[in-house]
Design a binder for this molecule. Structure first.
Ligand code: SF4
Length: 324
């Protein structure tokens, strides 16, 4: 499969005070292939959203590269870079309440990208807005209403229509369902899945719900404190996690069958994600890891490809000294 988006040692640091740096994303090398969905999982504060925004140029890179279809994207985006990349790459934002301008009608919000990036006349833009409203399960007459008149699920559909109206190839979905009720989450995920199949989209699907990511994505990348710790086929990572952090995430994932959930041994999640400020060498998960060894405290594990993968299974990458 052809690589569409590649990050090479992508790093994003935020200086906060003198001598204090937040390591939001550190040395992330990840490939998203054409028409693939890669799920990015991890606890809050692990750098998932920052990685998605840095790929799209919404944050300047501290170092490293992003390649789109083999072409290196600018280190720092200027207005004209956004104009050229917006038709290929888009983002669906996490919060359907704050990501829509309350002073604009839904029609203006969805049609804005066409006004900025095409020479279409007003009537054609209105027709395209109507088409996309219906495509995401809303009605044509919703175009004249304002965002506050809609429920959370409907607003997220508006956000999806706004992102897809330019028919991009690559979309970063930044926790698109986390602010929604469980019943609405399934509708939005099914809509994204259907649009992905019909439009041949490539998605980076960011979420902290492991079972949802397994359902949605082809491959899964697990992130901890700014670094990737495990990458592999979604089902294989979910049912046979190798990294102690992924094992912890999987074991704390609720079991949908209430009887099996009751009988499941308790698996307390140890500790909390540590501070991303001025991170020292060594494994970032060492303070929480039940398998920590001496070497973990001062040597940072590299993301390596496991060699002993069973026949028929996909390649698995893990960053842990247990597999050195
Ligand atoms: Fe645990 Fe060491 Fe592996 Fe880190 S490198 S996950 S501390 S065993």
């Amino acid at each position: 499969m052809k690589a569409l988006v590649e990050t090479v040692n992508l790093t994003k640091h935020f200086p906060i005070k003198r001598d204090q740096i937040v390591h939001a994303v550190d040395n992330v090398t990840l490939t998203v292939h054409e028409k693939e969905i890669v799920g990015l999982v991890g606890e809050s504060g692990s750098g998932k959203s920052t990685l998605g925004k840095t790929i799209l140029g919404l944050h300047n890179k501290t170092s490293g590269q992003v390649l789109y279809d083999g072409t290196m994207l600018p280190q720092k985006y200027r207005a004209r870079d956004f104009l050229s990349s917006a038709r290929k790459m888009q983002m669906i934002f996490q919060d359907p309440y704050s990501s829509l301008n309350p002073r604009m009608t839904v029609g203006e919000i969805i049609g804005e990208a066409l006004k900025l990036h095409t020479n279409l006349n007003n009537q054609t833009i209105r027709d395209r807005v109507t088409f996309w409203l219906e495509r995401v399960g809303l009605h044509a007459d919703h175009a004249s209403r304002y965002p506050h008149e809609f429920s959370g699920g409907q607003r997220q559909r508006i956000g999806i229509a706004r992102a897809l109206i330019l028919e991009p190839e690559f979309v970063v979905c930044d926790e698109p369902i986390s602010a929604l009720d469980v019943s609405v989450q399934a509708q939005v995920v099914n809509l994204l899945d259907e649009l992905k199949k019909s439009m041949g989209l490539t998605l980076l699907f960011i979420a902290h719900d492991l079972s949802m990511v397994r359902y949605v994505s082809d491959r899964m990348a697990v992130m901890y404190l700014g670094s990737l710790v495990e990458v592999g086929a979604s089902n294989e990572v979910f049912f046979d996690p190798q990294h102690p952090y992924t094992q912890m995430l999987v074991s704390s994932n609720p079991e949908p069958d209430p009887r099996r959930e009751r009988n499941r041994p308790p698996t307390p999640v140890r500790g909390e994600i540590t501070s991303p400020i001025n991170i020292q060498p060594g494994c970032r998960f060492a303070s929480r890891c039940p398998k920590v060894m001496e070497v973990c405290r001062d040597t940072t594990p590299e993301l390596i490809t496991l060699k002993n993968v069973a026949p028929g299974k996909d390649l698995r990458q893990v960053a842990c000294h247990l597999y050195d």
